[in-house]
Design a binder for this molecule. Structure first.
Ligand SMILES: C[S@@+](CC[C@H](N)C(=O)[O-])C[C@H]1O[C@@H](n2cnc3c(N)ncnc32)[C@H](O)[C@@H]1O
Length: 278
């Protein structure tokens, strides 16, 4: 396997941090650049989806420290995420080349990788984020969705309830973390049907209760297939749903032409053809 030389910080004594993505499917999504960051680091912190993926990572580096034990039922996830930042920064400040390895893309629905990079840069350390294949990327491939066709909104499910957002039912809607929707305490890993009913009530302002909802789980192991379930919106509270699933609402309405804008652009085209535009 070719390794790519990575830029080092100017001062060899200074630490650095790289947050890289492992992708979603074990063994097949790791990019050569992410691999290089892992191989050239002094210490690895792993925020991965399961123990098997972590064992695979351990074969690539002798000092892999799991971030998973910091999660605890009843403990605020924000507290856990702050601990992760502190753990990584302690090693950066000690002059180590640190690599945080996170499943999917390290910057998508992930607080700690963004935060540790912000903190490291503020303290003058080199910091870098290396993208990975996220659940979103797999979803487009497995469900045959092109986000450019009708547009695509993404929301964290609880945030959608807590703030007044404008849903556009002419495009796709992707909801993340539906399994723990409504958990204000940030201490649970699953809420339940009463909470999902609140989400359905909110969505029913823009969609009919008959509208198809896709519950999607991308493969995390090469032997798995993606799990794709289609249910009516009204049934979303009553089906089992794990914290590893995302929910997609396909468009419910046709795109509405903006005639005024079409005429304005056509007029510009005419001027352009006549050579009247600079
Ligand atoms: C904290 S976010 C992490 C996302 C991750 N950083 C990424 O790039 O995909 C967790 C949410 O990602 C989505 N997710 C995680 N694993 C998934 C999978 N295997 N299939 C579909 N969605 C998944 C779910 O919405 C889940 O609640």
């Amino acid at each position: 396997m070719t390794t790519f030389p990575l830029p080092l910080s100017n001062d060899a004594r200074r630490g650095s941090i790289a947050c890289v993505g492992m992708g979603m499917t074990l063994g097949s999504h790791l990019t050569p650049l992410a691999r290089s960051h892992i191989e050239q680091a002094d210490v690895i912190f792993a925020g991965l989806s399961d123990g098997v993926v972590e064992m695979w990572l351990q074969r690539m580096h002798h000092d892999v420290r799991s971030l998973q034990p910091y999660y605890q039922e009843g403990k605020s996830r924000l507290k856990t995420y702050k601990q992760w930042v502190n753990l990584m920064m302690t090693e950066v400040r000690a002059g180590k080349r640190v690599c945080g390895v996170f499943y999917g893309h390290p910057g998508i629905f992930a607080w700690s990788p963004h935060k540790v990079i912000e903190v490291a840069r503020a303290e003058g350390f080199a910091a870098h984020m290396e993208p990975g294949i996220s659940a979103e990327d797999c979803l487009y491939a497995d469900l045959g969705i092109d986000p450019g066709r009708y547009g695509c909104q993404h929301f964290e499910a609880t945030q959608l309830l807590l703030y007044k957002r404008r849903i556009d039912p002419t495009g796709y809607l992707v909801l993340w973390q539906v399994g723990l929707v409504g958990d204000l305490s940030m201490t649970r890993f699953q809420t339940g049907s009463a909470y999902r009913q609140v989400l359905v009530d909110q969505l029913s302002q823009d969609y009919s209760l008959d509208h198809e909802v896709i519950i999607y789980r991308g493969a995390t192991l090469p032997i798995e297939k993606p799990r794709i379930r289609r249910v009516a919106l009204r049934d979303l509270p009553h089906v089992p749903l794990t914290s590893e699933e995302s929910v997609v609402l396909p468009p419910a309405e046709s795109l509405i032409p903006n005639h005024a804008m079409q005429e304005r652009l056509a007029a510009l085209d005419e001027l352009s053809k006549a050579g009247a535009l600079v």
